[in-house]
Design a protein around this ligand. Structure first.
Ligand code: SF4
Length: 250
């Protein structure tokens, strides 16, 4: 038997997956609920529809695609278990808007927001073992957004693992601090659009700032991490293109 590694099917599948996560090329009119807790500078660059300088790898795209499948699988499990689930699949797109931001909630169960996130099972035990906050910061902002937008006093975030479908379910109730923090973040982002100046590159969580996790890492590095007027961004983009071309030539 002769065996050759092939990419005949794989390339088409990868290209199809990529389509799922590509931008539609339009400047967005508002903020995304799912990103509110992430680096503000990244959100602004995305809103301005800047081309990612560090696009996700096939591995990263694969993880996202798998995550979406797992979320659908879990919604079906909930229905099979007898819960009254309203989700997008039933034609009820649950779009929530609050000020200049909006987002699509995964589901309402018995009328309360229910958000599903997939991760590796080792992340469960790592957080438990190290006494870490079980809810990631971006997810905290996101569920708070849906609860405030829908005027609900409680909601649920469920983490489900991609490797063994273990479930960690977390009931969430809002505090006044949560509301204040969310409003403050929205006001900050709106102000950036008014002043037309990129904020400092300073994410709440340091890990975000890397070529692996941030699609704008190379651009940010060349701009420096201080404030940058919107009108200057294009100059930096050109500078980065020239640097990349020179590196290829050398
Ligand atoms: S590189 Fe860092 S500061 Fe710049 S947008 Fe990304 S996360 Fe934010």
């Amino acid at each position: 038997m002769l065996i050759n590694e092939s990419s005949y099917h794989k390339d088409k599948v990868y290209a199809k997956r990529r389509e799922l996560f590509e931008s539609d090329g339009k400047e967005s009119k508002g903020w995304y609920a799912s990103s509110l807790g992430t680096c503000p500078r990244k959100q602004v660059l995305k809103r301005l529809n800047k081309k990612p300088t560090n696009p996700p790898t096939d591995e990263g795209i694969g993880k996202m695609a798998l995550g979406k499948k797992i979320e659908k699988f879990h919604l079906q499990e909930l229905k099979d278990a007898g819960f009254k689930v309203e989700d997008m699949k039933d034609g009820n797109q649950i779009r929530v808007t609050l000020g200049s931001a909006s987002g699509r909630l995964d589901a309402l169960i018995d009328g309360y927001p229910y958000e599903i996130k997939s991760q590796q099972s080792r992340a469960f035990w790592y957080k438990k073992k190290n006494d870490k906050d079980p809810i990631a910061r971006a997810h905290r902002f996101q569920i708070a957004f849906y609860m405030i937008g829908l005027a609900k006093d409680r909601g649920t975030i469920t983490y489900i693992s991609k490797d063994d479908s273990t479930i960690m379910e977390l009931d969430v109730t809002l505090t006044e601090e949560d509301k204040a923090e969310l409003n403050e973040r929205l006001a900050f982002l709106d102000n950036v659009m008014e002043t037309q100046e990129l904020p400092q590159g300073k994410p709440d969580e340091e890990w975000e700032c890397s070529s692996k996790w941030c699609p704008y890492y190379s651009l940010c590095k060349i701009m420096g991490f201080g404030r940058v007027p919107f009108e200057k961004i294009e100059d930096y983009e050109e500078e980065l293109t020239k640097v990349k071309e020179k590196n290829v030539r050398d």
